[in-house]
Ligand binder design. Sequence first.
Ligand SMILES: *Cc1c(COP(=O)(O)O)cnc(C)c1O
Length: 358
Amino acid sequence: MAKKYNFYAGPAILPQEVMKKAQEELLDLNGIGLSILEISHRSKDFEAVITTAEAKIRQLLGVPENFTVMFLGGGASLQFGMLPMNLLIGKKADYVNTGAWAKKAIKEAKLFGTVNVAGSSEDKNFSYIPGDLKLSADAQYVHITSNETIGGIQWAKFPETGGVPLIIDMSSDIFSRRIDFKNIGMIYAGAQKNIGPAGVTLVIMRNDLIEACSEGLTTMLSYKTHAKEKSLYNTPPCFAIYIIKLVMDWIEALGGLEAVEKVNNEKAKAIYDAIDHSGGYFRGTAETKDRSKMNVTFRLPSEELEEKFVNEAKKAGFIGLKGHRSVGGCRASIYNAMGLEGVKALVQFMEKFAAENK
Ligand SMILES: *Cc1c(COP(=O)(O)O)cnc(C)c1O
C-alpha cells in the first residue's frame, strides 16, 4: 500500500512506531500470554501500564507534585459539563470565547453557574486570540482553549489571571510544547489528537481544587471519586491508556517535549512560509501572531479550487485536508506524529498545485 500522509484533525495520526509496538504486543503483553484487551484492570500487569503511563506523563510534562493525574471516559466534551458541575454550582467563572470548542464549554458552564465571557474573538470569525481580558475578581477559575482545532488559532502564551486558577482545554495541543503549571488549576484533553486513540480523556487537576469540588454529585461525575480511586473506580479505557503509555515512550525516545516542540515549530514554519510566499494564492485564516502550530487553516482563491485541491491532494496521498464543515476552506493538522518530512511533502504539493491552477 502506498504511504498516506494523514492530516486529519481527530482522531488523528499516531506514531507508526507506537502502532507497530501495539501490533507486536497485541496477543501477548510482555510475555504474560494474554492481550492487554483481555486482562483485568485490577491485574498487576495493567497496574504496571497505568502507573507507568502516569509517571511518564508527570515526568515529560513536568506535572507538579500537588496535581493528580486522571484517565477518564466521555471525551473532552464531558469535561465541558463535569468541570462546572464540580467547581461552579451557584458561583462565577471567566471563560474566553475563541471558537467552536470554547463555545461548547461556555454553553455547559451556564447550566451550573454564572459565566462571564472575559474576552471573545467572535467579531472576526474567531481568527485571533483576544487580549485585554475582562476578568472578574470573584471567579472560581478562568477557562481557555489553548488551541482551537477548528479555527486554527492558539494561545502562544497563557494569560495572567492574578492568582485565579487557569483551566485549559488542551485537547489539540497537549504534549506539543512545554507548559508552565504556575497559574494552572487544571488541564484536560481528549487523547485522540496528540497522545492516543479516542476513548480516554486526560485530566490533570490541582489537589486543592479537587478538595473544593461539590459534594453529592453522581459518583462517576465527581473528580473526587476518580482522584481517590486512581482512575480505577470502574473499568477505565484500558487499551487507550496503554496506547498513551506507548506514545509517552515515543516522546521520551525523541528527547522529550523540548525536542517535540522544536520539530513542531519547524513544521509550522514550513507550511506557513509556503502560504505566505504563495503571492496570495493561499491565504491563512488566522491572524499571524495567533496561528496554530497544530491546525493550519487556509483558503484558496475560490471554493471550486479548494475542492479541487482537497481531491487532488487525496489522490496524491495527502488525506484529511478539508476544513471543518462549519468553516469551510482547508486545514492541515500537523500533530506530533506528523514528521517534518510529511509537511515538506505537502508544501511541495501545494506549490505545484498553485503553479498548475492559476
Ligand atoms: C476535539 C476537541 C474537543 C472534543 O473532544 P471529544 O473527545 O470528542 O469530546 C474538545 N476541545 C478541543 C479543543 C478539541 O479539539
